[in-house]
Write a protein that binds this ligand. Sequence first.
Ligand SMILES: CC(C)(COP(=O)(O)OP(=O)(O)OC[C@H]1O[C@@H](n2cnc3c(N)ncnc32)[C@H](O)[C@@H]1OP(=O)(O)O)[C@@H](O)C(=O)NCCC(=O)NCCS
Length: 335
Amino acid sequence: MGTRAKIVGTGLFVPERVVTNDDLALLMDTSDEWIRQRSGIAERHYISEGETPADLARQATERALEAAHLEPSDIDCIILATLSPQADFPGTSFFLHEALGLSETPCFDLRAQCSGFVYALACANGFIQSGMFRRVLVVGCEVHSTGIDLTDEGRDVAVLFGDGSGAVILEANDAPNDPAGVLEVRLHAQGEYARKLWIEAPSSGHMPVRIDHQMLEERRHFPRMEGRFVFKHAVTRMPQVLLETLNAASLKLEDVDLFLFHQANLRINEFVANELGIPEEKRISNIERYGNCSAASIPMLLDEAIRSGRLAPGQTFSMTSFGSGFSWASAVARL
Ligand SMILES: CC(C)(COP(=O)(O)OP(=O)(O)OC[C@H]1O[C@@H](n2cnc3c(N)ncnc32)[C@H](O)[C@@H]1OP(=O)(O)O)[C@@H](O)C(=O)NCCC(=O)NCCS
């Protein structure tokens, strides 16, 4: 066995403000029943005035560092996956860098939407296996609440998303007797469907400025989604990539102790689990409480799985995502 990227700490942070389905029903024509039935979501968290994405990422990171008994300066590289960056540039990772009081540690943002965490994990794994870095912090961080259309027009998308951050620290494991680490990762994308779930504006391809009043009036700065199309592709691609990854690791479905699915929609995940014959006790979800936190969903779920004891050292777990792009990915790892 060569060097493996072992998970040595995880952390989760969500802002304090809870927004229930009933709260949303005061803003738009929706209902608790519609949202729960279609997505499984009961509530989500939104930031409050003064809170930033970097604040969420910092608190998730501090919890992961604490769990790993490490200091910020022990990290060799930061990869932050997000589709809702704090500024157009630089990425949220730089504001996190500042918040952590770091000096010259490299950092960058990675944009693969809801698959961002698994993509970032693949990068971290590659860095560690190549010997370039020994400890990599991977953070998923999203603030959706300030970018969604909280009116009747945007209700199909708005009710699904929440704010949150999850952090994972990966460390080089060279110990021949310790099998813990990322086993395999597989990544895919299909740009022909980029406009099936996207935010069009601001756009650097729009002349003469990236956003104008007409675009704002046409609400082109809000996410738009063909929900059924996304659903159909998610339930096809997720089982495919999950099996492809297990196969690459010479593992069977039965060898996996816990399946972590991106928390976009409980119905999607039930569909995928039924298709593969994954029993309820081998799944975990938190979408009920957090909604879809895109790149943050899987690391948030992983943190809860570890802290609740659902995932114990020595166990094997699978992480699978699908999202805008389209992008889809899966990883299998041993804790
Ligand atoms: C979004 C989603 C929940 C909608 O469920 P659906 O069963 O496909 O519903 P439809 O889009 O067909 O809409 C059904 C009706 O509900 C209405 N509706 C949409 N959003 C609503 C809301 N928040 N509250 C109440 N009604 C709503 C629609 O306008 C439509 O009304 P109509 O029949 O009068 O036209 C579903 O398509 C989905 O989960 N898609 C995948 C989304 C996803 O996971 N995205 C993120 C991927 S990372």
